[in-house]
Write a protein that binds this ligand. Structure first.
Ligand code: GUN
Ligand code: ZN
Length: 643
């Protein structure tokens, strides 16, 4: 059972339960070679805290003593490991050494017999140099074998491996067929040669196309990915499980893994590592260890590096800052930078999963930052949902103080009084003054020295915006005319409406702002707190991200003013009374929902006759809800029977 606890980008923190044992994902599974015990499994569990490992059933089966012992006492006893054990099937051996001498049926039967927690189909490894026909043919066999394994699996969990070489359409198609089968984990296979050859941008294509077809209710395992430098990017794309054999393989060759690459001990000038395996050791002392001790020390060092990065990835994910970490990590190697740039081509796909708001500030790390979904979403909504309050505008330059109405207080006031809309040219694109407190605009930091790419983009976007919005007059701050009196523009009211349009669309905003509208402001900060329309409290604004939460009265008006399914999450009958009382809306009770909703966005929960029963925030993406067996779809704030 897999449950999503938190998310960022396409990444998720998940709870994965296998036979009563639970691990938190993303997680890395060290590979244990049952014949070479570089770091004993017991130590992996107790000292390093790895709650799951992967070993090879093909090797165990092919080694008579191990085979007999594993059948007799079981795999967990054999390895002396109480955590989750995944086994691979011999596919990787066929990639390395050619055909393997066993059938899918035999290896599935063996994995079951030795008590594997998660077994693997004998899939066919699709090599990156294969033709499309060859790849497509082999996928047919892999799918047949996967179906056969499903029929045989019993209590054992099953890995059904997505193959498809470097062909995105074959990957997606294979993934879609895997999603329909009774498997438990979705590994993406056939990617080791891409990683060995630093073809990371193709890895991005492979993962992103596979993800399109896969079932979000199952963890995705990037088979053979275990170098710390790839973990942030791969997690961002929605990979949940990783495995590393290289920590031990590299150690045997005296190679040490670091976040920025792998280095030969003999080439290293110093050992500037403070992990428990290196602490207190000089480079010479490390070199002088005898071979066996040295291999163990380096293997442990490699494991600590991987573990530390995996933990860091999780911390950034929890803080909603995984994009930042991935962008930093992808500067370790030009091929990774290519991968990051390639990911920019998947902005649309990622945008559907990327949360609408987060707690911390957004840091710009370079022009690639503008590929994040949050940039695209802002521009799309601005273009579709912004209505200028006048046909005259004043253009300002981006500046470090946020919101812009603080550093530009005097100039904005002067412009508004003269009937001009103040607009700041930011790396997000043009920011009208009335949106400047809203996430992500106020919660972002840019360098004071812009790069040329972003500067050009800012100019182009501002130019397009000005012409699209039909401004008749656009001036610089020094040209604002002095006016003695004049009706001027009311920034508070402009702000209140503009944020509502941005969040809910034009028709909904009209309904929310009908009749006599009063804004209740905080005495301390002067910021808008509540919107009262015709005597009814329809909206509240959160101070942190300048985004509205919707009151029941507001929800009712939106349902009347907009067409189904705009902003709706429809519940099945039996859940209606519970959600109306304010309980959260769980996936299995959701009938359908607006596909345009995004995680963390305000949603209106209704019954099947379009009566409002609650308001709340989306927790999942709409496409995930029907696939999830467990967990919350909408975090409900208030139900109709509360009021
Ligand atoms: N290990 C690394 N890549 C693969 C793969 O594609 N399939 C299997 N079964 N194991 C792997
Ligand atoms: Zn170390």
């Amino acid at each position: 059972m897999f449950e999503i606890i938190r998310r960022d980008g396409m990444a998720r923190i998940g709870k994965f339960e296998v036979h009563g044992k639970v691990i938190e994902t993303p997680a890395l599974l060290p590979v244990v070679n049952p014949k070479i015990n570089t770091v004993p499994p017991r130590e992996l569990y107790e000292r390093f805290g790895f709650g799951a490992l992967i070993t090879n059933s093909y090797i165990i089966r092919g080694t008579p003593e191990l085979n007999a012992k594993a059948r007799e006492i079981g795999l967990h006893e054999l390895l002396d490991y109480p955590g989750i054990i995944m086994t691979d099937s011999g596919t990787f051996q066929s990639h390395m050494y050619g055909e393997v001498d066993l059938t899918n049926e035999e290896i599935i039967e063996f994995q079951k017999a030795i008590g594997t927690d998660i077994g693997t189909v004998l899939d066919i490894f699709t090599e990156p140099f294969w033709t499309k026909e060859q790849t497509a043919d082999s996928i047919v066999t892999t799918l047949e074998r996967t179906q056969q394994a499903c029929d045989m699996k019993g209590e054992m969990f099953l890995n059904g491996v997505v193959q498809g070489s470097v062909y995105p359409d074959l990957r997606e198609d294979c993934a879609r067929k895997m999603a329909e089968m009774d498997i438990d984990v979705h590994p993406v296979g056939g990617v080791v040669p891409l990683m060995e050859q630093y073809r990371y941008s193709e890895l991005v294509d492979v993962v992103m196309s596979s993800k399109r077809g896969l079932n979000p209710n199952r963890p995705v395992h990037l088979f053979g990915a275990g170098h710390p430098m790839i973990l942030a990017l791969a997690t961002l794309m929605g990979c949940d499980l990783f495995d590393s054999a290289s920590y031990a393989k590299f150690a045997r060759d005296d190679r040490m893994m670091f976040i920025d690459g792998t280095f030969r001990l003999q080439d290293m000038q110093s050992l500037d590592c403070n992990c428990p395996a290196c602490r207190g050791r000089s480079i010479d002392a490390m070199k002088k260890l005898d071979k066996k001790e040295r291999t163990k020390a380096i293997a442990e060092h490699n494991l600590y590096q991987i573990k530390q990065e995996m933990d860091l990835v999780k911390r950034y994910l929890r803080e909603g800052r995984l994009w930042e970490l991935a962008e930093l990590r992808c500067r370790a190697h030009p091929a990774l930078l290519d991968a990051l740039r390639r990911l920019g081509e998947y902005q649309d796909q990622m945008e559907r999963f990327d949360p609408i708001s987060r707690d911390g500030a957004i840091f710009y790390t370079g022009p690639e930052s503008r590929n994040r979904p949050v940039y695209k979403r802002y521009l799309d909504r601005l273009g579709e949902r912004y209505v200028p309050a006048s046909d005259k505008a004043v253009l300002f330059e981006e500046c470090p103080g946020k919101p812009y109405s603080r550093p530009y207080a005097e100039q904005f006031a002067k412009a508004l009084k003269a009937g001009y809309c103040p607009i700041v040219a930011s790396p997000f694109g043009p920011v009208p003054a009335e949106l400047d407190e809203m996430y992500p605009l106020a919660q972002s930091l840019f360098p004071e020295y812009p790069d040329m790419e972003t500067e050009e983009a800012m100019e182009m976007l501002t130019f397009r915006f000005v012409s699209k919005m039909g401004f008749k007059e656009v001036i610089g701050p020094e040209q604002i005319p002095d006016v003695e009196t004049g009706s001027g523009l009311d920034l508070d009211m402009m702000r209140a409406k503009a944020v509502a349009r941005y969040q809910f669309g034009l028709a909904a905003a009209d309904a929310l702002f009908r009749g006599d509208v009063q804004l209740v402001k905080s005495k301390k900060t002067g910021k808008i707190r509540n919107v009262i329309s015709d005597g009814e409290h329809v909206l509240s604004m959160r101070a942190g991200d300048g985004i509205y939460t919707l009151k029941m009265e507001g929800a009712k008006r939106i349902l009347t003013a907009t067409e189904w399914p705009h902003m709706r999450v429809v519940m099945k009958d039996d859940a209606v009374p519970f959600v109306a009382e304010g309980r959260n809306a769980f996936c299995q009770f959701v009938m359908c929902c607006d596909p345009e909703l995004r995680p963390m966005e305000e949603a209106i929960v209704t019954d099947k006759d379009d009566n409002p029963i609650a308001t709340g925030r989306m927790f999942l993406a709409p496409s995930e809800i029907p696939m999830m067996k467990k967990g919350m779809a909408v975090k409900v704030r208030s139900g109709s029977s509360d009021e």
